[in-house]
Design a protein around this ligand. Structure first.
Ligand code: NZQ
Ligand code: ZN
Length: 386
């Protein structure tokens, strides 16, 4: 096992009827900016629960943060934070609203002129404005980690940021919120969390038995509950398992002491930046090509995953590894998610070259667990995903 340090300070408040507990978490004298997305919270009752909980607190609102949180919109929110002397942020939404709030937490205390530099110059946020979250969409794990991904339409960029100052102080996880989530977003959540686990697991063995089994158990749970989560009738038991699995998939725990990949996300983010494809779907597009292309380097782990998650018992290591890749694609398809770029756009020619060029420009010359995935290899993988 590799050396590691682990600290996760986010307080999780999990369960039915827990939204009212926000009032116990936010300081009574705080001036709060409540941030939300396109308005789903006003239709499903979450907004009312939040407002009731905060009736004795000084709250201003900022809505309209789009999916793939947009820099220009967030800069409007930053003006409100400054003009109104906001001291505490509350994100009520999915990964996009939470990530947007993390950007604001950082930008509110940033002393430079251009907050976009936080993303382009990889400025780590050691201290941000305090914030909490009410999660409305299980998927990203953003509610219990310190990373964020911000989009800038103007330049078709989607870049990551983070730092120890960006953990939420608390996150409310009430599985009842799953009731109103459309099928497309439920499928996205399942696929995103599944891929988060793969990125931290599908590398090479360092004999970290516990991390492997944590990862495998999250994958198994997601596979087991997916049909119930996607059923029309709301199933609270499935929703709770879904929600906690998504959080556990990316709260830092399973990635400690083991090599991490994250190349699928690096390529996937470019597909969202270029074509606006939902984040989780970009991962489903890239995964199969990435694992086939890096088959030799990943086959031991692929075979272990095949055996333990998909019960593949027949054949050689190569056979099992190959069958595991097929099972993964079939899983995405079972969620109703297409796995080729050409399923999403007719305009795919040149995408691989463009992504490789962007990686060269950014100096991303070696991704993955061996830091050996060069832009040329990225180009090949993206082409295989057409
Ligand atoms: O905007 P509203 O009206 O709230 O509607 C949203 C949005 O249209 C809707 N929704 C959310 N909760 C709902 C609901 N609709 C009905 N009922 C509810 N309870 O769902 C739509 C998608 O929301 P979004 O927040 O964009 O989805 P998700 O949670 O998948 O977040 C995606 C973003 O997170 C980033 C992605 O790149 C993308 O920008 N990621 C963040 C990560 C992190 N911080 O750790 C890691 C991930 O890998 C990912 O990159
Ligand atoms: Zn993701």
């Amino acid at each position: 096992m590799n050396n590691f340090e682990f600290k996760n300070p986010t307080k999780i408040i999990f369960g039915k009827g827990t939204i009212e507990k926000i009032k116990e978490e936010i300081p009574a004298d705080a001036k709060v900016l409540l941030l939300y997305g396109g308005g789903s919270i006003k239709k499903n009752g979450i907004y009312n629960q939040v407002k009731t909980a905060l009736d004795k607190v000084d709250v201003i609102e900022f809505g309209g943060i789009p999916a793939n949180p947009e820099y220009a919109t967030l800069m409007e929110a930053l003006k409100v934070i400054k003009a109104e002397n906001i001291t505490y942020l509350l994100a009520v939404g999915g990964g996009s609203v939470i990530d947007g709030t993390k950007f604001l937490s950082s930008a509110a205390l940033y002393e430079g002129d251009e907050p976009w530099d936080i993303l382009t110059k990889h400025i780590r946020t050691e201290k941000g404005m305090p914030f909490g979250t009410v999660l409305t969409l299980p998927a990203t794990g953003s509610e219990m980690n310190s990373g964020a991904v911000i989009t800038r339409k103007e330049t078709k960029e989607k870049l990551a940021m983070g730092g120890p100052g960006l953990f939420p102080q608390f996150s409310i996880l009430d599985p009842e919120v799953v009731k109103s989530i459309p099928q497309r977003q439920l499928a996205n959540g399942l696929a995103d969390a599944f891929t988060h686990v793969l990125e931290q697991y599908m590398t090479y063995s360092v004999d970290a038995k516990l991390q492997d089994r944590f990862a495998e158990s999250i994958l198994q749970t997601l596979v087991e509950i997916a049909p119930s989560v996607l059923k029309d009738a709301f199933d609270y038991k499935a929703a709770s398992n879904f929600m906690w699995s998504c959080t556990m998939a990316l709260n830092g725990l399973i990635q400690k002491g083991v090599p991490n990949d994250w190349a699928v996300h690096a390529m996937g983010h470019e597909l969202t930046a270029l074509y606006g494809i939902d984040h989780a779907r970009t991962l489903a597009i890239i995964t199969e090509s990435h694992y086939k292309y890096n088959f030799e380097a990943k086959k031991e782990k692929l075979a272990q995953y095949g055996e333990r998650v998909w019960n593949i018992t027949e054949g050689s290591i190569d056979d099992k590894a190959y069958a595991a890749i097929e099972k993964t694609t079939a899983f995405f398809k079972s969620l109703g998610i297409d796995t080729k770029l050409s399923d999403y756009t007719e305009d795919y020619e040149g995408t691989a070259e463009e992504i490789a060029k962007r990686f060269i420009d950014r100096g991303w010359l070696g991704l993955g667990e061996h830091q050996s995935l060069s832009p040329e290899k990225v180009e090949d993988i993206v082409k295989m995903a057409y």
